[in-house]
Ligand binder design. Structure first.
Ligand code: ZN
Length: 263
């Protein structure tokens, strides 16, 4: 844990984790309603099976799901395990980001990156889209928070955003020309603009590297398991999201080690 947060200690970590759980619950609403073009504010949460409104005491992150045995109180329709898992993942990540961040702006950008990535992961896995409503504001958030960051300058954030959006656009364009089919959507490009703004150029490269490797491994395994011609379209945003979260925690230490190899 680093300087400004030492005084807050375990209490701060627990508070960050609880806040992360609550935001994780909101991410479920975003991931469900945004791709369906519904308002993320109104109406209050309803059971997607029977339409019964969900009372506040049945909407406590993770706990309600366990107490209800993963079923709607009104109609007993199963509630997907994905909901409590997303809440738990966001809570754990916010606690870990709190322990690793050197200051408030870095905590906020790390927490934002994790939450936005989780929402994009859930949406891309189900709908194969990465909504502008998350990625474009994410670019702005990354640029603004860079002014108070202790790990990256506003220039690095701007270069990261430009490299992410511009560089990948060029790559996607070239691939399309050579292969004659679309390898990467514009949504991926905007998402990388957001990742670049929040992580800077080094974190962006680690993200792309990690996503390409893990995406290729999973793609090859799927082809081996199910057959197919390699054109099965994997939602690349899922791998970008996991890569970006990993890069927030590990890109700088990795880069420092890499640089230490050279005199
Ligand atoms: Zn129901």
């Amino acid at each position: 844990m680093t300087a400004p947060f030492v005084a807050l200690g375990a209490f701060g970590t627990a508070a960050a984790g609880l806040a992360g759980l609550l935001v994780g619950s909101f991410l479920n609403v975003v991931a469900h309603r945004l791709p369906r073009g519904e308002s993320i504010v109104f109406p209050a949460s309803r059971c997607p099976a029977c339409g019964a409104p969900i009372a506040a005491f049945d909407n406590v992150p993770i706990l309600s799901w366990i107490l209800l045995s993963g079923r709607c109180r009104a109609c007993r329709a199963p509630i997907a395990l994905r909901y409590p898992m997303l809440e738990a993942a966001n809570g754990v990540l916010w606690a870990l980001v709190f322990r690793a961040a050197p200051g408030w702006c870095d905590f906020l950008s790390g927490a934002f990156l994790c939450s936005a990535s989780l929402a994009l992961l859930a949406i891309d896995a189900e709908f194969q889209i990465l909504p502008d409503a998350i990625t474009l504001p994410g670019i702005v958030v990354g640029l603004v928070l860079a002014f108070g960051s202790l790990t990256r300058t506003p220039l690095q954030a701007a270069v990261g955003a430009a490299l992410g959006a511009g560089g990948l656009y060029a790559l996607a364009f070239t691939y399309e020309k050579i292969a004659g089919r679309e390898g990467m959507g514009l949504g991926d490009v905007k998402m990388l603009g957001m990742v670049g703004a929040l992580l800077g150029p080094v974190g962006l490269l680690v993200t792309v590297f990690a996503a390409s490797i893990s995406g290729s491994v999973v793609g090859i395994l799927l082809i081996l398991a199910r057959g197919g011609d390699g054109r099965t379209r994997l939602p690349f945003g899922v791998f970008l999201a996991l890569g970006a979260i990993a890069a927030w925690f590990f890109a700088d230490p990795l880069f420092a080690r890499y640089r230490a190899l050279w005199p």
